[in-house]
Structure formats: C-alpha cells, structure tokens
Ligand binder design. Structure first.
Ligand code: ATP
Length: 199
C-alpha cells in the first residue's frame, strides 16, 4: 500500500487546485512558517474521515474551506482527493487503486467518494480501521503529538494500542449493534403500546 498522490482544492490555504505526487522513496515538504506544510498533513487526515474540527485547528468543520486572502475571495467548497496504490491489498478493498475524495460545501453539505462513487463516511473509515492508519494511530504524528501521547490518560493510550492491535473494529461493531438493539427495543415497546391501544 502506498500513497500515490494528493489533490487539494479550496482546503485551508490551498485556494488553487494543487497536485502533490509522492514518488518512490522518502518525500520531504519544506517551506517557510505558515506556508501550509501542516495543512497538507491535515488534508490527508481530513480525506481519511477526520471528524474533529479542533483536531484540524478549527472551530467548526467549515473552517477548512479557503476563507479568502487579500487578493482572493473565499471559496464555497473544499475538496481533497487521495490516490492509494493498493495492489498488495493491504487495505481491505478489492480495488488495486483507491481514489478517496471528500468534499464540504459552506452550506454544510458533505460528500465522500470512493473511485468516483458516492459512499458513506463509514465506508471510508472501515478501509483504514485496524490497519495502523486509523484515527489514533501513530502513522501521522502532528506537532506536539508525542508529548500528548506521553501525557494522555491511560484509557486514551489504551485506545491507541487497541487500534494498532486490531481490536478497535470489533469494539465499534459492538457499539453499533448495541445501539441497534436499543432502537429495536424502543420500536417493540412502541408497537406494544399501539397494539394495546387498538385492542
Ligand atoms: P509552521 O512551519 O509554522 O508550522 P506550516 O507551513 O505548517 O507552518 P500551516 O500551519 O500549514 O503552515 O499553514 C498555516 C496557514 O494556513 C496560515 O497562514 C493560515 O492563515 C492558513 N489557513 C488556515 N486555514 C485557512 C483557511 N480556511 N483559509 C485560508 N487560509 C487558511
């Protein structure tokens, strides 16, 4: 599995469509302070399904949309696409190449695409779950993250280890099933009330 390219358009400081191609070997991004290096890393986390605006240094998710500069008007939409070579099928997907896109409009409307088809957020996060690339993995380490991990509560550290160990997926499935059970129980109770009323 290999990150092949990243296309950023209207995301944070990237008002122009910007294509970054990752060639074999190591890639280093250099630039003056405030030139957008961290924004590139955040674009990767965002397209992988990041849900925390704070985790992207914003107050609301709309803060990721280019907010304008002296010479340019704000944009109405942010879009990031990431192309992954999955020919070794490291990610649990039948595709040899994955193109994952996320769009967000100022209206709040959001879209995720997988190889051009609209999918749910869950379809995207499921691809990365338990691969060591999940939300709390060590594959992306931001400024201050090392210190944060050392100072984290035991429970938070445990969730990092669970993600790496492959347990997280099962915990998520369990939580989803429990929610469905609660909803089904509620529905059954409502049904019993209706039956009581009509009988
Ligand atoms: P440093 O070396 O200081 O860590 P950096 O190269 O990592 O800097 P970033 O933190 O990625 O830089 O970029 C910060 C810049 O992005 C700031 O100039 C900020 O104004 C700009 N920026 C962030 N969000 C937006 C947005 N929604 N619209 C326009 N510009 C934005």
């Amino acid at each position: 599995m290999k990150l092949k390219s990243l296309e950023i358009n209207g995301f944070k400081s990237f008002a122009d469509k910007t294509l970054i191609e990752f060639k074999p070997g190591m890639t280093t991004i250099v630039g003056p302070n405030g030139s957008g290096k961290s924004n590139i890393i955040e674009a990767i986390r965002w397209v992988m399904g990041e849900q925390s605006a704070k985790g992207l240094r914003g107050d609301t998710m709309a803060d990721v949309i280019f907010s304008g500069s002296k010479n340019r008007r704000a944009m109405g939409r942010a879009e990031v696409s990431m192309v992954i070579d999955n020919s070794d099928h490291y990610l649990s997907s039948p595709y040899n190449e994955l193109r994952i896109s996320r769009r967000l409009y100022r209206s709040g409307e959001a879209e995720y695409l997988l190889n051009g088809s609209k999918v749910r957020l869950r379809d995207i996060t499921d691809i990365f779950i338990d691969t060591g690339l999940g939300r709390e993995s060590f594959s992306i380490i931001n400024q201050g993250k090392v210190e944060e991990i050392f100072n984290a509560k035991a429970a938070d550290r445990r969730s990092i280890i669970e993600d790496l160990a492959g347990v997280f997926k099962y915990k998520q499935n369990k939580a989803r099933s429990q929610n469905e059970l609660i909803q089904t129980k509620d529905n059954l109770e409502r049904l019993a009330d209706i039956i009581n009323e009509v009988s």
